[in-house]
Ligand binder design. Structure first.
Ligand SMILES: NC(=O)C1=CN([C@@H]2O[C@H](COP(=O)(O)OP(=O)(O)OC[C@H]3O[C@@H](n4cnc5c(N)ncnc54)[C@H](O)[C@@H]3O)[C@@H](O)[C@H]2O)C=CC1
Ligand SMILES: O=C(CO)COP(=O)(O)O
Length: 330
């Protein structure tokens, strides 16, 4: 049995809490950022705001008390939007030690500094760090549909122990020691998923969708490898697997934002209609571009996605300029 605290009661944190509690062998606590939300889940035993339709098990603890978590758990599973991770780890830091394992399931890069979540956590606390990635829509995990994931940690023993804790009949977990690759695979695919949505929203066809995924894979792999990731990780579940899922699955928030942009809606209007749900790619496009500039890596799809989001480039003009770039070898 492990004591696990899930930090963040959005769709993904709730689905992971349900999956862990379903095993009946862990003590699981789910932390919600808002006191109202925690009280509502306690009362209804359902997360109607972010993951409706799934009953929270009676032995799944719900709390809004963040700093109690290091006392009640050895594994802290961090599932806040990545923009909220720095404030969360700062609040937790005085209560953390190297006895804790901190598993990040957020898929983003810090704005401005371009730090990965592992770097944000390492700067603030002495915990052991792991990252969970792979193709995993929250709703399907909550429904116990077969899902695979990758758990990366530099300490092989910790990775194996977490693999054992997280694995179930419906969740097959692979281990990896490439933390950088799993983190960047998860964050960068969101940018390409936005672009895949744009292609779908413009109704450009299946050829364009396949091209976008393949050339998107090429550019996120270039950047991840320049940052220290292994190419094999990018070809695995946390890279290619998650990219394919997010670029093709209608459950993807990032792809949905792209579809709406392709249809001509304004970004602010689209974000407002998400009702507080996060589409990480919107922020991450700027961070990916900054990271690429730092490493001298060319990322044409990411650059054009940035121009659509923040510089008023029309989706149609973006596709035209991408298609008419000077010819080059594959
Ligand atoms: N939804 C999915 O299927 C998957 C999501 N992820 C990743 O998980 C992370 C969380 O995403 P979702 O669960 O989808 O979020 P969500 O969009 O369902 O919910 C947003 C969450 O952010 C919380 N929040 C708002 N302000 C906060 C603050 N100041 N501090 C802490 N939390 C705050 C809200 O309470 C809510 O729990 C993201 O990085 C996302 O990329 C990863 C895999 C699957
Ligand atoms: O990362 C995800 C699935 O692995 C979820 O993608 P979205 O955030 O685009 O919904």
């Amino acid at each position: 049995m492990s004591r696990i605290a899930v930090i963040g009661a959005g769709a993904w944190g709730t689905a992971l809490a349900l999956s862990l509690a379903r095993q009946g062998r862990h003590e699981v606590t789910l932390w919600a950022h808002s006191p109202d939300h925690a009280a509502e889940m306690e009362r209804t035993r359902e997360n109607t705001r972010y993951l409706p339709g799934f009953a929270l098990q009676s032995d799944l603890h719900i709390t809004n008390d963040l700093i109690s978590l290091p006392g009640r758990a050895d594994i802290l599973l961090s599932v806040t939007p990545s923009v909220n991770l720095p404030e969360t780890i700062r609040a937790l830091a005085p209560h953390l030690s190297d006895r804790h394992v901190y598993v990040s399931a957020s898929k983003g890069i810090e704005d401005g500094t371009h730090r990965r979540m592992s770097e944000v956590v390492a700067a603030a606390s002495p915990v052991r760090f792991a990252v969970l990635g792979g193709p995993s829509f929250a709703k399907e995990v909550a429904a116990a549909l077969p899902t695979t994931a990758t758990l990366a940690c530099v300490d092989a023993e910790v990775a194996r122990s977490l693999q054992n804790d997280f694995s179930s009949e419906s969740l097959r977990v692979y281990t990896n020691d490439d933390v950088v690759g799993v983190e960047l695979g998860g964050a960068l695919k969101n940018v390409i998923a936005l672009a895949a949505g744009v292609v779908a929203g413009l109704e450009l066809g299946s050829n364009a969708a396949a091209a976008l995924i393949t050339r998107g894979m090429a550019e996120i792999t270039r950047l991840a490898v320049a940052c220290g990731a292994r190419p094999e990780t990018m070809a695995g579940l946390a890279g290619y697997g998650d990219l394919v899922l997010t670029c093709t699955g209608s459950l993807s928030r990032n792809r949905t934002v792209g579809v709406e942009l392709g249809r001509g809606r304004k970004l602010d209007d689209i974000i407002a209609s998400l009702n507080g749900k996060v589409a990480e790619g919107v922020r991450c496009t700027g961070a990916a571009r900054g990271l690429a500039a730092r490493h001298g890596v060319e990322m044409p799809i990411t650059d054009h996605m940035y121009a659509i989001l923040y510089e008023g480039l029309s989706p149609r003009d973006a596709i035209r300029t991408l298609m008419t770039r000077p010819g080059r070898g594959e």
